[in-house]
Ligand binder design. Structure first.
Ligand code: NAI
Length: 328
């Protein structure tokens, strides 16, 4: 198959070339968008990542260009209009799970950093400042953690946090029976938010979960609580968390994803003036830690993404059952 691969960086090309099962790959650094649709002419498939847009208008243009298949190099599919894809006969295949440990471990890294302020200690010591003022944290042991979403990643979080001795509760419209029988307590979103020292989001972005953390739900948070989002930016209403941080409501915030990340993340903008005032404000807080959607970014996950992407492509070509297909 001839596959146009969008939003590639050197590491994507390295892993996709290494695990390619004989497809013709054309790499494009830019994200798929309205102005570069002509790049897909004559391609059988496009391979997309989290910030490539595949809304109705773009899908129609892809279909006109002959594209019959979208290979997502990610688990989330909130950027694809599934109904329109089905109408156009475009199949959508994804990588449902690629090292949930990678994302969970990154969420833990954010919790540990924000809590024990190791990023500040690193900078201070380099300047000969050995003071402990302002570095006090709290024991994770016995602290209360709310898991929002207990799917693949939430489950790994549960196991790691249990190892720390945390008291864990969860909100998920579809509770996991195995975790429940292991002692995990499920409750309503309001209840778990009210009780938690740390809230960590591990649910997909859907119509129901869009801006689930907003001015209203932030009122349920304990004063000084920590919020971690490694799932999708739009789970959080950014302006509302900024208001809460400014007024001393939220104690700290760790973001690996951001609602308007598509024009920022995965790029070096160090020579440019950042035009997004919300992220500029977030960066200015001493109690906010931002990473650039790197939760997935381990060798193991990159290999899994490449292998599953090509096994999806091979299954499509050979007419096998498409186990990783997403339907509306
Ligand atoms: P999953 O599909 O295995 O689990 C998601 C869980 O969320 C399910 O148990 C589901 O019932 C639950 N859920 C659905 N709607 C909910 C709601 N409104 N409130 C609470 N729970 C809800 O997904 P997985 O693999 O655990 O991934 C979670 C999310 O993590 C993905 O949707 C994706 O957005 C994000 N992700 C981020 C990465 C990163 O690099 N930062 C990498 C991979 C995934």
């Amino acid at each position: 198959m001839k596959i146009a691969v969008f939003s590639t960086c050197s590491y994507d090309e390295e892993f996709l070339e290494k695990y390619n099962t004989d497809h013709e790959l054309i790499f494009f650094k830019q994200a798929l968008d309205y102005d570069n649709l002509s790049l897909t002419k004559g391609c059988d498939a496009v391979c997309l990542f989290v910030n490539d847009q595949a809304n109705g208008q773009i899908l129609s243009a892809l279909a006109e260009n002959g594209v019959k298949l979208i290979l997502l190099r990610c688990a989330g599919f909130n950027n694809v209009d599934l109904e329109v894809a089905e109408e156009l006969g475009i199949s959508i295949l994804r990588v449902p799970a690629y090292s949930p440990e990678a994302v969970a471990e990154h969420a833990i890294a954010m919790i540990m950093t924000l809590n024990r302020k190791t990023h500040k200690a690193y900078n201070r010591i380099r300047e000969g400042n050995f003071s402990l003022e302002g570095l006090m944290g709290f024991n994770l042991h016995s602290s209360k953690v709310a898991l929002i979403g207990t799917g693949n990643i939430g489950k790994v979080m549960y196991r790691i946090l249990k190892g720390f001795g945390c008291q864990i509760s969860a909100y998920d419209p579809y509770p996991d029976l195995e975790l429940r029988s292991d002692g995990l307590k499920y409750a309503s979103l309001e209840e778990v938010l009210k009780d938690a020292d740390i809230v960590t989001l591990h649910c997909p972005l859907t119509e129901q979960s869009f801006h689930m953390i907003n001015g209203q739900t932030l009122r349920y948070f304990k004063k000084g609580a920590m919020l971690i989002n490694t799932s999708r930016g739009a789970l959080i209403q950014t302006s509302a968390v900024i208001t809460s941080l400014k007024s001393g409501g939220l104690g700290s915030l760790g973001l690996d994803v951001y609602e308007q990340e598509s024009g920022l993340f995965f790029r070096n903008l160090s020579e440019k003036v950042i035009q997004d005032d919300l992220i500029a404000r977030l960066i200015s807080f001493p109690n906010v830690l931002i990473s650039s959607h790197q939760g997935f970014f381990t060798r193991e996950a990159m290999r899994q993404i490449a292998e599953t992407t090509f096994s999806n492509a091979d299954a499509y070509v050979s007419g096998k059952i498409l186990v990783n297909e997403i339907k509306p």
